[in-house]
Design a binder for this molecule. Structure first.
Ligand code: BT5
Length: 293
């Protein structure tokens, strides 16, 4: 991990600091904590100018005993990760790359609930930050006009059947221009700036997410799933009533079935009603190969 700045002051504060508008300025931990006044989730912030992956850093700190509420945030990532070994493109200065350590005393089978909560909070934050048409695609992509605005990566460490700790990472495209994205993304990408034309600062983006995620996390930690699922469903129009083609668990790779989405089960899996009235539960995004209008 490179150069942690644990202080609550940003690296550019003080005399001689460059005068920058909030957009384009590095995230400042003190200003982020000010913005979070009244939201108790964040206890400490590790700010890194550059790192491999904030999720890796947060997992290491969690394994070393970091308390719930430790946030790792970086100006850029050289090895930003998505799910299944995929990369998260993390150029300097334009994106939010943030991970938080959580320690809910819950069964490990519930870890996907936190991905659902984090995605709902990210989508609601994006709506508040100038992308009013943002929606969630199951389980945890935030899209605007079919382009990806944010992604969530939840990684759990277990102790027996319980969660030892959870690291929830968010990558949110804030002030990218079109040219800042690589051409070969699976889903085209977008940013808050592209969606709204307006400038959003990284602290504001982080605060909007954390202020929404905090209450959802506390509900899940208190075993309250329904309000979190409802918050997510309200932002995920394709999660109910959309025709899909999907691979049922255990099916051979090319063996696809058709059905209609029917919300979430309590583990966060997508329920799909087949045309014959039976149900299937899908647990990984790759099993749903086509969302039909
Ligand atoms: C995700 O994975 O969407 C989860 C991304 C989580 C990133 C955060 S950043 C802070 C923390 N530290 C980390 O190392 N990770 C977390 P997935 O659903 O697997 O999507 C990955 C796919 O999204 C890639 O294969 C690309 O096609 C696409 N992609 C990569 N970078 C992107 C970007 N900046 N914007 C939009 N799409 C992107």
């Amino acid at each position: 991990m490179a150069d942690p700045l644990r202080s609550r002051r940003g690296p550019r504060d003080g005399p001689g600091a460059p005068s920058l508008t909030e957009a384009g300025r590095p995230l400042d931990p003190a200003r982020l904590l000010d913005r979070l006044a009244g939201e108790p989730l964040v206890r400490d912030i590790v700010l890194l100018e550059s790192t491999g992956s904030t999720n890796d850093d947060a997992r290491r700190l969690a394994a070393d005993g970091a308390a719930e509420g430790l946030v790792v945030v970086a100006g850029r990532q050289t090895g930003g990760r998505g799910r299944l070994g995929r990369a998260w493109h993390s150029p300097p200065g334009v994106g939010l790359y943030l991970s938080i350590v959580l320690r809910p005393a819950r069964p490990s089978s519930e870890s996907t609930r936190w991905a659902i909560a984090a995605a709902a909070a990210a989508c609601a934050a994006c709506r508040a930050l100038g992308a009013p048409a943002a929606t969630v695609k199951w389980p945890n992509d935030v899209l605007a006009s079919g382009r990806k605005l944010a992604g969530i990566l939840v990684e759990a460490r277990t102790a027996g059947a319980s969660l030892a700790d959870l690291v929830v990472g968010i990558g949110l495209n804030v002030s990218h221009a079109e040219r800042d994205f690589p051409p070969d993304l699976r889903i085209p990408a977008t940013s808050l700036r592209i969606e709204s034309g307006a400038s959003v600062g990284l602290e504001r983006a982080a605060a909007e997410w954390l202020r929404r995620f905090g209450p959802l996390h506390r509900m899940l930690a208190a075993a309250q799933w329904d309000p979190v699922a409802d918050a997510w469903l309200a932002l995920a129009p394709a999660a109910r009533g959309a025709r899909v083609r999907f691979a049922a668990p255990g099916a051979a790779g090319s063996d696809l079935e058709r059905g209609v989405t029917d919300g979430l089960d309590p583990s966060g899996a997508l329920r799909i009603r087949r045309d014959d009235g039976s149900f299937s539960l899908v647990r990984d995004a790759e099993s749903v190969v086509a969302w039909e209008p």
